[in-house]
Design a protein around this ligand. Structure first.
Ligand SMILES: [Cu+2]
Length: 113
């Protein structure tokens, strides 16, 4: 009866070690960033992100806006005032973007790995 208990204890210990070993990986896990749209500006206008991160644009303006890649390779839906939309960062995605309703509104991302 003692032996199985010991084995179970060892296995529990191994499982705990496995969890600890995984911690450094989860420490670099995805981050959620937020970009506010206000006064016809993306705030911040430059943002450093990494693949797997989520970017949320929130429209705190009175006009509808969106975020569209300079080469149109990605785009969030049109955001009416008070609305938000998310995208997940992928390596190599286009980093310069603008608002398709107001092309003078420009911003960019810096992707690091
Ligand atoms: Cu706009």
């Amino acid at each position: 009866m003692t032996k199985p208990t010991t084995r179970r204890a060892l296995m529990a210990g191994a499982a705990a070690t496995g969890v600890l070993a995984a911690l450094p990986i989860s420490a670099t896990a995805a981050t959620r960033h937020e970009i506010e749209i206000r006064d016809f500006k993306f705030i911040p206008a430059t943002l450093t992100v990494k693949p797997g991160d989520t970017i949320r644009w929130r429209n705190r303006d009175r006009a509808p806006h969106d975020a569209t890649a300079k080469d149109k390779s990605w785009k969030i839906k049109t955001l009416r005032p008070g609305k938000r939309a998310d995208i997940t960062v992928t390596a190599g995605m286009t980093t310069e973007y603008y608002c398709s309703f107001h092309p003078a509104m420009k911003a960019s991302l810096t992707i690091v790995s």
